[in-house]
Design a binder for this molecule. Sequence first.
Ligand SMILES: Nc1ncnc2c1ncn2[C@@H]1O[C@H](COP(=O)(O)OP(=O)(O)O)[C@@H](O)[C@H]1O
Ligand SMILES: [Mg+2]
Length: 372
Amino acid sequence: MSVVKLTAHNFRNLKSISLDFHPDLNFVIGDNGSGKSSLLEAVFYLGHGKSYRTSNLVNLVNFQESQFTVSIRDGNDRQLGVTRNINNNETQIKIDGKRFSRLSDLVKNVAVQIVTPESFKLFIGGARERRRFVDLGLFHVKHQFSLQWREFSKVLKQRNACLKSNDSHSMLSYWTDIFCQHSLQVAQSRQGYVSELVEELKIWTLLLLPKIDKDITVQYSQGWSQKKDLRELLKSNKDRELSYGYSLFGAHKFDIKFLINKRAIDVKLSRGEQKLFLLALTFAQANLIKKVNRVKPILLIDDIGAELDINSRSLLSDAISELDCQVIITAIEKNVLEPFLCQSKVPVNDISKHENFKMFHVEHGQISAMSE
Ligand SMILES: Nc1ncnc2c1ncn2[C@@H]1O[C@H](COP(=O)(O)OP(=O)(O)O)[C@@H](O)[C@H]1O
Ligand SMILES: [Mg+2]
């Protein structure tokens, strides 16, 4: 899907906005503190049922208000919206006028990915972020995955409770058995997905990091040693797990590492190059989602000028032309968008440049379309 129209009320500093997006390419320009990230956050919220900047709902509602609403009309003329209220903690989801109560009903309809100046943390932070990244793709590409993951999480909780409480040890072997079955299911889905992602990644690193693309390898851990049987491993680590009080091995311990000449990305690449790598990874994931769902994923890029020089932005512009996504890019200054815009220097027959886009200006939480 793509967002045709977005409306938001009392979402952060966006008191009341309504904008008609371009189906492919959109730019949002504004000073620091004007509301650019808040706008992307509103779109992100519809795709994830949460923010990427805060886990506290109170921070998302305008300081003077008690609830926010974000809604969109998509390319198929469907209307999807969410209202969250901090007084009664109520969530109202509406899809084409019908009410739903679970955020999961909403998020399965909207595939949104974001790249921000902080996204490089994916390479230096803990495994959790990388697991989330991969699982977001899985969620949209392998439709059985969300059920597999939900069931696995329930079993993990039960097994951890057994490990923690001395009374439940008798139940431990029962839950361990089920835990192994579910871990294997999740690991299998992830394995299939990671190999697809790696293939797709090659295409995008070739475009975005042409100098280094040949040296990239991907290493991943399913959450326990590939050479070992999970049941045996848990048996031999029973005392250790009991002393920790939680499961030390299993699908929740999945991690993925990207290496260049066998060295970690954050050691080998500059910040700007890390950002290009992350964009390649995001594009790869978006393209996989696109292929399976046959709908356009929505890609948000916050503060395009941060870390990327003009050559990098030029490569990015060319890569975006190859990508069939709806893209929303924010920038503080219009001049950083130069490589993306159709320049008079570009020959008329050069169709690789973007000729169709929309540009918006944001100021004090008010957004207006700019005429070129
Ligand atoms: N809940 C809120 N209610 C009202 N204003 C908020 C809220 N949360 C953040 N803000 C303010 O919104 C403004 C816009 O923030 P942001 O979207 O991050 O700006 P930027 O354009 O730099 O990305 C900031 O001045 C911030 O202080
Ligand atoms: Mg910002």
